[in-house]
Design a binder for this molecule. Structure first.
Ligand code: GLN
Ligand code: ZN
Length: 756
């Protein structure tokens, strides 16, 4: 049996079959039987893909109708009281999505990926009870088509580490109760076959863990590994190194340990101690988080480096993490530039890479086809080193010659000039940028993209939207206006489409949560801006009003964090190139008379590394490049930024260092609590803390907003405050935002009157 391994496979389907059937089921258009039918076809297809590619360790239970953390809650019967009258799929989807009587469980990001999981809600009173149905059935399902799978489950330490307790207490207090269920699960799994591998995912080991958490590892895995001789346990970690946990796990009777050698290079330092153990090393060397072809020759070197310490016999070649985070297959990318496509590998292509690597590494004879694949791989990687699509001397020279990295004048000086010129009041009202994306607007963009209408018709349509949007804002009585972003599908894609060095896929969908998928653009080459990207729309909008029109750009760090990034250059270098491109746009806007420009950094916080030790370095270049992107702004040009967060306690120093004149943030749901940090540190710049939550269709009353503004005024003086919703309005309707914004403006005028 060849020794290779896939941590997990995506499940949404190469044509998003699962998404479609789920959404039809939720819309009551199809029965649950249909969902099960599609799910079963997908599982079989994915197992067969892996089998046909020659993968030895193929997973079951990596499939999910919504999310694996939610599946684990069901497995434990960890059901919050508000759902306890429900059962089966009604229960499952109510937990994920809520129903008319109960709000959905919280959802949050899975480590530093763009996948979101359902956060378990636990309580000390919980009684857990094993429900192994899904796990057992999936194993049998695979077996019925002749595939003996390894069984994937989320580990107890990660599960609890990501859970919340209703009273806010320590979730690890529930470990004993949870462990009993895991033991029962393993006992049941042991009845299935004579020898079974169980992969227990513990990505939390890749974070900085307190000693207290580390101390749980040995007793937990001693117990789990002792349940049955028939079970081989692999503890799988990924996204970072897990050095501390590795040391401990080697002293437990587990069978193997999965380490990520791409995102956790420090794992190489654990090799010596692994070599002294009898453990299998599942070596994660094929990137599960990116779309580039593996450099097979380079990876063989890495594997050889590992064998300097670890016996080859101990080793298994694997993906760095579940392939969940990469799209399905390049097969449907029929429109992509052939040269670029030749540099890519999606999940299905990665399977072949894993097999090829395994054969080369273990010196098995290659078939003619495999030999051809190997040669093609070498050529593809060679061509990336020299292709003129990637390497742009002008960009490189420009980066080398950057002289001005930040604005010349200090904030204290800038703000005086700006206030003098812009003459906005204290508590100035504005919005975050986007306005409702109506059906007609989407159709307009789609028709233009599909070449069903002319450029002229398209422009007329967008301008008509801007006209209405500007008039609408004037009617609402807002102070600083925006053009409404009608031309944008997405705040990153829009810029990516216009930047050189950026690529787009037709079918590169990746699951974000539940049935939702995203199709991130990818950066393959040196980035530059061939021509203005927003100038025409912004200046057109400005021509329609006497009020100030705020320009709207996406910042370099957010563009980077929401794209697949080339792996032949440091992220920080790529980000620097994007910053220069954004800076070009700033220049054009201000030269055309735009006086306020917002540079959104919605995903600034998302890029934070998992390990404390790496945070400083991230902050260093992320701040550097935000500042670079606005470095040439005139003293009188007011730079705003927006961040979709409310928790700034850990990063307030960094936010200050970005030195935007105004920042709008998402504090609407937390009163003034989270704003206090700004006052505590003596934050100087102006702040627009969202005064109402745009994520819900609810219309905030004047009283409510009034109360919120007063709370804000308890923390920061009026001259430092802006009043705005907490994010862009694109997911709302005009009938919702009209009363909301009018109420917001009314509330401000009441406060102003009272303050006089
Ligand atoms: N300007 C963008 C908008 O209003 C910002 C979106 C965001 O913060 N995610 O839609
Ligand atoms: Zn936002």
């Amino acid at each position: 049996m060849s020794k290779n391994y896939v941590v997990g496979f995506p499940r949404i389907g190469e044509k998003r079959e699962l998404k479609k059937v789920l959404e039809n089921f939720w819309a009551k258009k199809v029965a649950f039987e249909d969902v099960k039918q599609v799910a079963s076809e997908l599982k079989k297809r994915h197992w067969n893909y892996q089998k046909d590619a020659g993968i030895a360790f193929i997973s079951s239970n990596d499939f999910s109708l919504y999310d694996n953390m939610l599946d684990t809650s069901i497995m434990l019967n960890a059901v919050p009281p508000r759902f306890q009258t429900l059962k089966d799929e009604t229960l499952y989807f109510a937990m994920a999505r809520g129903n008319k009587d109960a709000v959905a469980m919280e959802m949050t990001k899975w480590f530093n990926t763009n996948y979101h999981y359902i956060v378990p809600e636990l309580s000390l009173e919980d009684e857990y009870k094993l429900n192994a149905t899904k796990i057992i059935n999936e194993y049998k399902e695979a077996k019925s088509i002749g595939i003996q799978t390894k069984i994937n489950i989320i580990g107890p330490i990660t599960y609890l580490g990501l859970s919340k307790r209703s009273d806010g207490g320590d979730t690890y207090a529930l470990l004993e109760k949870v462990l009993k269920v895991y033991e029962a699960l393993l006992a049941e799994i042991a009845t299935l076959d004579d020898a079974i591998t169980v992969q227990i995912d513990e990505p939390i080991f890749a974070k900085d863990n307190e000693t207290k958490v580390l101390s749980l590892i040995k007793p937990t895995y001693d117990r789990l590994a002792q349940v049955s001789q028939k079970i081989n346990i692999v503890v799988s970690t990924y996204f970072e190194h897990s050095t501390e946990a590795t040391k401990i796990l080697l002293h437990t009777p587990i069978w193997g340990i999965g380490l990520d050698f791409l995102y956790g290079k420090e794992n190489l330092e654990s090799l010596q101690i692994i070599s002294k153990s009898d453990k299998k090393l599942i070596a994660g060397v094929v990137d599960g988080r990116n779309i580039w072809k593996n450099d097979i020759q380079k990876t063989i070197k890495l594997l050889d480096e590992i064998t300097l310490h670890v016996d080859k016999e101990q080793m298994i070649v694997a993906s760095s993490c579940s392939l969940l985070h990469t799209p399905f297959t390049l097969e449907y990318e029929t429109q992509m530039n052939a040269e670029i496509k030749n540099w890519l590998a999606y999940s299905k292509e990665k399977l072949d890479e894993i097999t090829l690597l395994t054969k080369l590494f273990f010196q098995e004879t290659l078939t003619d086809e495999e030999n051809r694949q190997f040669q093609k791989n070498i050529q593809a990687n060679e061509s990336r080193k020299t292709s003129s699509l990637i390497h742009d001397k002008t960009v490189q020279t420009r980066v080398q010659n950057i002289t001005k990295r930040e604005r010349a004048e200090k904030y204290e000086q800038r703000i005086i000039v700006q206030k003098e010129l812009l003459k906005y009041d204290d508590l100035a009202t504005t919005t975050i940028g986007s306005f409702p994306q109506t059906k007609e607007l989407r159709k307009l963009r789609r028709d233009f993209k599909n070449k069903l209408i002319s450029l002229e018709d398209y422009e007329t349509g967008i301008k008509a939207y801007i006209d209405k949007c500007v008039a609408f804002q004037e009617e609402c009585g807002l102070d600083i206006l925006v053009h409404g972003e009608p031309e944008r599908n997405d705040m990153v894609e829009y810029f990516g489409e216009q930047l050189k060095g950026y690529g787009f896929s037709q079918n590169g969908w990746v699951q974000s949560y539940g049935s939702r998928c995203v199709k991130p653009p990818f950066i393959y080459g040196d980035v530059s801006r061939p021509q203005p990207m927003t100038l025409a729309w912004t200046t057109y909008a400005q021509s329609k009003t006497k009020k100030i029109m705020k320009g709207m750009l996406t910042g370099p760090v957010t563009i980077l964090n929401w794209s697949f990034v080339r792996d032949d250059k440091a992220r920080s270098d790529v980000s620097e190139q994007i910053a220069l491109a954004i800076n070009d746009e700033i220049n054009d806007l201000q030269n055309a008379g735009i006086q306020i420009i917002q540079v959104d950094e919605a995903a600034f916080k998302e890029g934070y590394p998992l390990r404390e030790a790496k945070i400083k370095e991230y902050e260093r270049w992320a701040v550097r490049d935000f500042k670079l992107s606005v470095a040439s702004a005139f003293e009188k040009t007011q730079i705003h930024t927006h961040m979709c967060y409310s928790e700034f306690n850990d990063i307030i120093g960094t936010i200050e260092a970005m030195d935007a004149d105004v920042i709008s943030i998402e504090t609407a749901r937390s009163g003034n609590e989270l704003l206090k940090i700004f006052a505590d540190v003596g934050y100087k710049q102006e702040v627009g803390p969202g005064v109402y939550d745009i994520h819900s269709p609810r219309i905030p009353s004047v009283e409510e907003i009034l109360k919120q503004i007063k709370l804000l005024l308890e923390v920061l003086p009026k001259k430092q405050l802006w009043i705005n919703p907490d994010c862009g309005l694109k997911t709302r309707t005009y009938s919702e935002i009209k009363p909301s914004l009018e109420n917001m403006v009314k509330a401000v005028s009441i406060v102003k009157a009272q303050l006089q």
